[in-house]
Design a protein around this ligand. Sequence first.
Ligand code: G6P
Ligand code: ZN
Length: 583
Amino acid sequence: MVLFTVTWKETTPFEGQKPGTSGLRKKVTVFKQPNYLHNFVQSTFNALSADKVKGATIVVSGDGRYFSKDAIQIIIKMAAANGVRRIWVGQNGLLSTPAVSAVIRERVGADGSKATGAFILTASHNPGGPHEDFGIKYNMENGGPAPEAITDKIFANTKIIKEYLLAEDLLDVDISVIGVSSFDGPEGPFDVEVFDSTTDYVKLMKTIFDFESIQKLLACPKFTFCYDALHGVAGIYAKRIFVEELGANESSLMNCTPKEDFGGGHPDPNLTYAKELVARMGLSKSGSQGEPPEFGAAADGDADRNMILGKRFFVTPSDSVAIIAANAVEAIPYFSSGLKGVARSMPTSAALDVVAKNLNLKFFEVPTGWKFFGNLMDAGLCSICGEESFGTGSDHIREKDGIWAVLAWLSILAYRNKDKLDGDKLVTVEDIVLQHWATYGRHYYTRYDYENVDAGAAKELMEHLVNLQSSLPDVNKIIKEIRPDVSSVVQADEFEYKDPVDGSISKHQGIRYLFEDGSRLVFRLSGTGSVGATIRVYIEQYEKDPMKTGRDSQEALAPLVAVAIKLSKMQEFTGRSAPTVIT
Ligand code: G6P
Ligand code: ZN
């Protein structure tokens, strides 16, 4: 046993350590200030009940971005000093966010121990590297992000912190090697266990999906596949699951070696940032190189997001969750006894609503942020949920899950093609989506992002939109002036949500303009950026007539887009004549 001592270190508070939707995200340069991370970690320990710290087992890992390795050693030393019994670390400090959730819920240590929480080190889809973002968030015993009651407490603690506990003389643990390092401190033994980052997650996936049927699909020469991890942590799961378990060709993996700076890219799986995949799938404006694969997908840095593509075909995340929900019972063994309910975030299109109505399923519309789904799932009210922001998942864990979404789509494709593998033509991703639209109608959908806008200007724009809501005649006058072809706004509000499980109320969750024909315009400020403000405009139009569901989406939505820009006075407030990203 290696002995360590505990020191009380003096510190002073830092401003702005308020954890956002998904933890604390700042530039690495901010995190590297002496005591900055320490203050946040101690404030977290102080916010948890004593039994979740003293003698507890806590997971620490993340997407492997720059500064993670330093942060892991710091957290280990602080955990030891705070009386934590055991720290579990994924090999090389790597665990995807969904894998952390799975580890908390499923992993049992050699002595029967279970984790009660986790520090997840990630800034999700934000770029990484010495001048980019780092992030940290705490997840609870159910595997989901800490609820607001805890994050508020953490924030309050960061404002008054005077000291933190550190096992300064604890030697650094080699996190590249699987095994247990044991230490002895003033409060007894302390272990750091480094374990394989993929085993627990893969085991869980195998209980959900029929791997054999997916394997058959991937073995069919007519079915071609590719997966882009954008240099994030998804790569290690993709290798293990798609190649080793399911037999996909190694060459179908793109950017599947995790890098601290994500290869200098922006690890966000959308049509703008997943450039290489978009080109390979034949969706690039500059044309394709050769015949694109039948199926392509990508993940973000911490592998909770996903983008699904067919050959020359983009599946919107809003359609994706609706299609998974519509097919889950038949195609995915985990759901074979039926769905408890489905849910989407407010700005996500109403495609899921139509499925829920047709299949007579419980349905919930929640504010943006995965945590709102967690409560529904814990209460047994929701099986499948999704967000327009490329997040899809189910109650198998309490985070969204990028690899799960790909396996769900592969399961649907495998199911639809089970009698066709020897025939001439397979049912494609595009066929599945077109059939879905023919049955349920289509929600044309697009999102315009204005990134890194001056925070004051963004606030003013939002205030202007709230004020505008008080007079619908004025709103409709503006609309008719520029686009007489757009229907009228019949209702406008700021979205407010009452959690049906705990009764808590969340206000100011986005501004909605609802049109007579079912179209919607939604405006929101992003809660995940780290510099300035990001304004998101969500534009949606429902088309029930099967003869009219095949239009180009940007073309179909052009009139509503024009109205959105005009109503919000986008250019006047922000100086921007075009969005940074369109998805
Ligand atoms: C994170 C959360 C998602 C949420 C998204 C919204 O990814 O986990 O639940 O939808 O952020 O991001 P935004 O930047 O729009 O606030
Ligand atoms: Zn993420």
